[in-house]
Design a protein around this ligand. Structure first.
Ligand code: CP
Length: 307
C-alpha cells in the first residue's frame, strides 16, 4: 500500500512491505541522483521544514532530499519568528499550513506535538523527532543502513547502547524492528538510563529483547552495535548527567579486545561516548548512515507526495 498523503508520526506507521519498498526506492534514487544530479519528480512541490529544536542531519538531509527530487524547500526559522513574541507553536503551524505546503516536516521538543497538530493542518506531516518520544525517519535510515550493510534484518542481534531512557532513536528503532522476524534487541545501559517500560510494553511479544549492563558482556554476539548519546538537554538534574557521563564509552582500544566486532552505528551527533579512534575501523558505519538518511528521506518524500 502506498504512503501517499499519510502522516508519518511513528515507526509503527510503516509495515514491513512499506520498509522493503522504501529501501529499494532509496537505492534507485541514489543511482538516479548520482547519474543525473537533480531529478524532476517533485517539480512544482514545496516542502516546509519547521524545526523548533536544533538539528543538522535531519533538517539538512530532508532539505537536500527535496532539492534533489526537484522540489522546493521553505524553512521556518524559529529563532527569527514571532514565536519569540509569544505566538504559540500550534498557531504557528496553522499559519504555515495556510500557505499550502505539500508536506510539512516537524521537529519539536514537546512529545506528541506532531500528533496534536495533524488534524488542524491540511498537509501531510512527517515527525522529525518529538522530544524523547520518537524519531521514525531516523529508524528508517538506520534499518536502510543495516539492510545495505548486512543484506537482511531478519535474524539479526542488535545492541542498542547508551541513553535508552531519554533518547528517541532507541524507541523508534525498537518499534521498527518489530516488523522483522527473529530479531533480538540487547538494551545496553546502566539501570538509571535503561529503556522505558512504556516502550517495552509496545514491543512485548513482537520482538525478543534482553537488558544488559555492560557492552563487553554481549559485544561478540552482536551483528550491530548502535551507540547513542546521553541526552544532556533532557536531564533536569545536571548532577545526574555528570554521574552518568563516562559510564559507557566505545573506543578503538576497547573494541580491539574482541575477536568479533559488529558494525558500529550511531544516529549522531556524538560527544564522548564514541571516540573518533573508531572511525578508522571498517566496522564504523555512522557517517555512511548519516548520508543514507538523504536517500531514505527522498524515498519517503516521494511516496508521501505520491509522485
Ligand atoms: N540524528 C539526528 O537526528 O541528528 P540531528 O539532531 O542533527 O538532526
Amino acid at each position: 500500500m502506498s504512503l501517499k498523503g499519510k502522516d508519518i508520526l511513528s515507526a509503527f506507521d510503516f509495515e514491513r512491505e512499506d520498509l522493503e519498498r522504501l529501501f529499494k526506492l532509496a537505492d534507485q534514487l541514489r543511482t538516479e541522483i548520482s547519474e543525473r544530479g537533480v531529478l524532476d519528480y517533485a517539480k512544482g512541490k514545496i516542502m516546509l521544514t519547521a524545526f523548533f529544536e536544533p538539528s543538522t542531519r535531519t533538517k539538512l538531509s530532508f532539505q537536500f532530499a527535496m532539492e534533489k527530487l526537484g522540489g522546493r524547500v521553505i524553512n521556518f526559522d524559529v529563532s527569527t519568528s514571532s514565536v519569540l513574541k509569544g505566538e504559540s507553536d500550534v498557531d504557528t503551524m496553522k499559519i504555515l499550513d495556510g500557505y499550502d505546503p505539500d508536506v510539512i516536516v516537524i521537529r519539536q521538543k514537546i512529545p506528541f506535538f506532531p500528533h496534536r497538530v495533524k488534524d488542524i493542518v491540511k498537509a501531510p506531516i512527517i515527525n522529525a523527532g518529538d522530544g524523547p518520544n520518537e524519531h521514525p525517519t531516523q529508524a528508517l535510515l538506520d534499518l536502510y543502513t543495516i539492510w545495505r550493510e548486512l543484506g537482511k534484518i531478519d535474524g539479526l542481534k542488535i545492541g542498542i547502547m547508551g541513553d535508552l531512557k531519554y533518547g528517541r532513536t532507541p524507541s523508534s528503532l525498537s518499534y521498527m524492528l518489530t516488523r522483522f522476524n527473529n530479531v533480538t534487541i540487547y538494551y545496553i545501559a546502566p539501570e538509571q538510563i535503561q529503556i522505558r517500560d512504556e516502550i517495552l510494553e509496545k514491543i512485548e511479544g513482537k520482538v525478543k529483547y534482553v537488558k544488559v549492563g555492560r557492552p563487553e558482556d554481549v559485544i561478540e554476539e552482536l551483528d550491530v552495535l548502535y551507540v547513542t548519546r546521553l541526552q544532556k538537554e533532557r536531564f533536569s538534574n545536571p548532577e545526574e548527567y555528570e554521574r552518568l557521563k563516562g559510564a559507557y564509552k566505545i573506543d578503538k582500544e576497547f573494541l580491539s579486545k574482541f575477536k568479533h566486532i559488529p558494525i558500529i552505528m550511531h544516529p549522531l551527533p556524538r560527544v564522548w561516548e564514541l571516540d573518533p579512534s573508531v572511525d578508522e575501523l571498517p566496522q564504523a558505519k555512522y557517517f555512511e548512515q548519516a548520508r543514507n538518511g538523504m536517500f531514505a528521506r527522498a524515498a519517503l518524500i516521494k511516496e508521501v507526495l505520491g509522485i
